[in-house]
Design a protein around this ligand. Structure first.
Ligand SMILES: Cc1cc2nc3c(=O)[nH]c(=O)nc-3n(C[C@H](O)[C@H](O)[C@H](O)COP(=O)(O)OP(=O)(O)OC[C@H]3O[C@@H](n4cnc5c(N)ncnc54)[C@H](O)[C@@H]3O)c2cc1C
Length: 387
């Protein structure tokens, strides 16, 4: 698959405007109650299907919208401004579509992509295990070739869309003797069926409403052509390639949350009076708003730059890592600063400020923690500037 992709400015503006209007009209009104009660937003999922968001950057020949990563980032930013958890419904789904589009065979693309693009087959990524998160090479889930299929045993952890989704891109060990270990990993498309059970749905600080689960595979059988690509041992490479887009996605969500927090703070600072004037007239608040806005804009530009480079077909481990690292840290800082501006009201459940604050830390942890991002960035730097 060629990776270069461009969306015209007109098409990009149109979809971003459509998403912004949808978020204002349909997402924000539901967000407070659904988030508080942990309700899965079924109606929003149906609307996202209708807008084609499950095939956002799947090529049109496989039923997707075929949009580029810059537009992809802008769409995630807009949704996260309203309610970040809704991004989760399509976030890891897109990691799975990327794995199939770029790592799969033509037959696999034709088989899975149209259903996935329509949201009829909704997916996720099953990488993490109870004892293997950052240290992906420690995964233990085994896929053993038997007859015309694979038999899979193991447990996956923290899988978003594990309950409401239909399938996952599963990373499993196919050759336990391989050295280094990752050379023995393969990616399989595991559709729900006998032997594939949802262990438990996990309760969370934020990111509520979207499901995050433990998945248990017990003698789960899938056909041999569930193996992504033509040969075993390519799974780690497929996942790393998809995580580039995943990191742009997390950076964009971070920018969205931070923008919502910033804009709320700017509005509130002009309404709230202390000592006879709006708090926006106090220089301490002005300095805070200025720093918040500058950081958010820097995060946005890093995110768009990573997306732009990915659209030109480059590998962007460095740029996507930087964007994810910086934007997620900014998100956490700006969410807290917005709470400072709001004072006691920011801490209350009546306003979304406390939700921004609870949703922000996942941006630091997800798609590789920020400690791991720094290691990825440093590795890239040392490669690019090798003496
Ligand atoms: C809400 C939520 C949704 C998620 N969704 C998914 C999903 O859909 N699919 C999926 O596969 N996973 C998912 N994850 C898992 C997520 O990707 C992992 O939590 C993350 O990669 C960190 O792994 P860990 O939790 O095992 O932490 P650990 O790897 O145990 O790390 C613990 C701490 O040690 C640090 N650390 C680890 N190794 C090093 C090192 N070499 N140098 C320096 N510091 C280090 C980490 O940065 C962290 O601070 C999700 C997680 C959450 C919380």
């Amino acid at each position: 698959m060629t990776t270069e992709s461009r969306t015209s400015g007109g098409a990009r503006n149109q979809i971003v405007t459509t998403i912004r209007q949808w978020v204002q009209r349909d997402v924000i009104p539901l967000s407070m109650k659904y988030e508080r009660d942990g309700i899965y937003p079924r109606e929003l999922v149906e609307q996202m299907k209708g807008m084609g968001l499950f095939g956002l950057n799947v090529p049109q020949e496989y039923g997707g919208l075929g949009l580029d990563y810059t537009t992809f980032a802008m769409v995630f930013e807009e949704i996260a401004k309203g309610w970040m958890a809704v991004c989760g419904v399509i976030g890891s789904h897109h990691i799975m579509t990327h794995i199939v589009v770029h790592g799969g065979t033509q037959e696999q693309r034709q088989r899975w992509m149209p259903r996935m693009s329509r949201g009829e087959l909704r997916g996720g990524l099953a990488l993490t295990e109870p004892n293997a998160g950052s240290d992906v090479q420690a995964i233990q889930t085994r896929a053993v070739r038997q007859g015309d299929g694979y038999v899979i045993n193991g447990t996956k952890m923290f899988v978003t869309n594990g309950l409401h989704g239909d399938a996952v891109a599963l990373l499993a060990v196919t050759d336990p003797a391989a050295q280094p270990r990752y050379r023995g990993f393969s990616c399989l498309i595991a559709e729900k069926g006998p032997g594939f059970t949802v262990g438990r749905e996990l309760d969370k600080l934020g990111y509520r409403g979207v499901d995050t689960c433990e998945l248990i595979f017990t003698d789960y059988r899938c056909p041999a052509d569930s193996l992504v690509g033509e040969k075993e041992g390519e799974g780690f490479r497929h996942v790393l390639s998809a995580l580039e887009g995943g990191r742009i996605n997390i950076a964009a969500r971070s920018v969205g949350i931070a923008t919502a927090a910033l804009e709320a703070a700017i509005r509130y600072a002009q309404e709230r009076q202390t000592f006879g004037k709006p708090i926006a007239q106090h220089q301490a608040i002005q300095l805070m708003l200025a720093d918040m806005a500058t950081k958010v804009q820097a995060a946005r530009l890093l995110t768009y730059e990573a997306a732009r480079r990915k659209d030109s077909g480059e590998r962007v481990d460095l740029e996507a890592g930087m964007a994810k690292l910086f934007a997620s840290e900014v998100c956490q800082q700006v969410a807290l600063d917005a709470m400072r501006v709001f004072g006691g009201y920011g801490y209350m459940k009546d306003l979304p400020i406390e939700r921004y604050y609870r949703d922000a830390p996942l941006m630091i942890i997800g798609e590789g923690t920020n400690e791991i991002q720094r290691l990825v960035i440093a590795r890239q730097l040392l490669q690019r500037y090798q003496i």
